[in-house]
Design a protein around this ligand. Structure first.
Ligand SMILES: [Cu+2]
Length: 455
């Protein structure tokens, strides 16, 4: 005798619930095709690369916070692929890191990513594969795109917005002074075009524009200024800062984003681009043209490079209340592998996958101490969580009493300078394997990566 209840539960086992079915068979909200592309960076440089939907950057994805969506990704290449949704609080099966358990997309097949995007803000998506010595693959190529998650109630306080991606191309390995090999690039672009080759940004006097700038470079930190204008920094890595400030330039490490408001109050034709002359000369700049203004674009060379994160922190440090966080020291060192080779990297003495720390406990607050004993800067990224900057850039030689009063700057990437320590805090509120790594492709490929597990 089969009861009605048994029958129903049996059927439920055979057929997934209707919403899941609908998600499986309904047309996706977005489609991304990964395919080879001949990309014209400038009249002199056409490069064979891999791109999303035949364009670099890939299509801008505008999503609504917490509104479930499905993105179908077709891999039309002969290598496995995976797409990482950078800065989102996602489950491990769709985060887009093989190390966390997201399935790869086999060559010439497709996969669907279904999730409810959050948090609101300027995010991005990119491949999360390995390049090793092939400086055309993974983040060295054209697989990156903007992802904007819009809050339900976000009144626009600007007249126009522009999305800009900084990228370095055509890299080759060159020996640095210490004998280790590092990438060096032939071309640098904004939105896949060298200076003067792409369309200018067209603005009108009196407008207020919002710039969303992403550094999608595989390895390089960049400095950006807008000649004739200052930048009011309103968000870092897509998260509004407690103290917006007007600055002459900004610095972006790989994977970092900055949102800046600019008043269009200086009519003319101007250059927005890399502050360092030799990098701007490789093409990393774009022309900004006021309506009915012509002529060659003007650049004003700043005398020095200026940037720090703490200027955007809450002016009044709040009392640290609640229980103190669990401290996790992480020491980063390089391992010389001989002349003509790239260095390897260790976290607490071990390279991925051997670097381990105690599993995280759900709900607990953690303080990560980044102790960078190497002579390189590292843009450190935590998947599936954001962190709060707490203590910044103390030299390792200084007595270890770092300032603990920085509050309110929430990021998912932080640049930790050579021979300094930086501390960040986060709450372990998204259980599942969580990847932590340096966002420099050559460093993550050679061991600078670790998995946090949850207990
Ligand atoms: Cu690094």
């Amino acid at each position: 005798m089969i009861s009605r209840r048994d029958l129903l539960s049996g059927l439920a086992g055979l057929f997934p619930s209707f919403p899941a079915l609908a998600q499986q068979f309904a047309p996706p909200d977005y489609k991304i095709d990964i395919a080879p592309l001949a990309l014209e960076l400038s009249p002199r440089h056409t490069l064979k690369t891999t791109a999303y939907n035949g364009q670099v950057p890939g299509p801008l994805l505008r999503l609504k916070e917490n509104q479930p969506i499905t993105i179908e990704v077709a891999n039309r290449t002969d290598r496995p692929e995976v797409v990482h949704w950078h800065g989102l609080f996602l489950p491990t099966d769709v985060d887009g890191a093989l190390e966390e358990g997201t399935p790869p997309i086999a060559p010439y097949s497709s996969a669907r990513y279904s999730f409810a995007p959050r948090p609101a803000g300027f995010r991005w998506y990119h491949t999360h594969t390995t390049a090793m010595n092939d400086l055309s693959r993974a983040q060295y190529g054209g697989q990156h795109g903007f992802l904007m998650i819009e809050a339900r109630d976000d009144p626009a306080r600007y007249d126009q917005e522009f999305f800009l991606a900084l990228h370095d191309w055509d890299g080759r390995l060159l020996a640095s002074e210490d004998g280790a090999m590092n990438p060096s690039y032939a071309v640098a672009t904004i939105n896949g075009k060298a200076m003067g080759f792409g369309e200018p940004l067209r603005v009108k006097q009196g407008q207020r524009i919002l710039l969303h700038i992403l550094n999608s470079s595989p390895t390089e930190t960049h400095w950006v200024a807008f000649a004739g204008h200052s930048l009011r920094i309103v968000a870092l890595d897509g998260n509004p800062v407690p103290a917006p400030r007007t600055v002459p330039m900004l610095r972006l490490a790989p994977a970092e984003r900055v949102c800046a408001l600019v008043e269009m109050n200086n009519p003319g034709v101007w250059v927005l681009g890399e502050v360092r002359k030799h990098v701007q000369a490789l093409g990393m700049a774009i022309v900004v043209e006021y309506e009915s203004r012509q002529g060659s674009a003007r650049w004003d060379q700043p005398a020095e490079l200026i940037w720090n994160y703490e200027q955007f922190a809450a002016p009044e440090p709040s009392d640290a209340s609640g229980e103190p966080p669990t401290v996790v020291p992480l020491v980063f060192e390089s391992k010389f592998r001989g002349h003509g080779a790239m260095e390897a990297w260790t976290i607490n003495g071990n390279s991925y996958p051997d670097a381990r720390v105690a599993p995280l406990i759900r709900g607990r607050r953690y303080r990560l101490q980044f102790i960078n004993k190497s002579v390189d800067d590292h843009p450190l990224h935590l998947h599936r969580h954001s962190f709060e900057l707490r203590s910044l850039g103390a030299p390792l030689s200084a007595p270890s009493t770092p300032r603990n009063d920085i509050r309110g700057v929430i990021k998912d990437v932080v640049l930790v300078g050579a021979r300094t320590r930086t501390e960040v805090e986060f709450t372990a509120d998204n259980p599942g394997a969580t990847l932590f790594h340096c966002h420099q492709q050559n460093h993550m490929d050679l061991g600078f990566m670790m998995l946090f597990d949850y207990a």
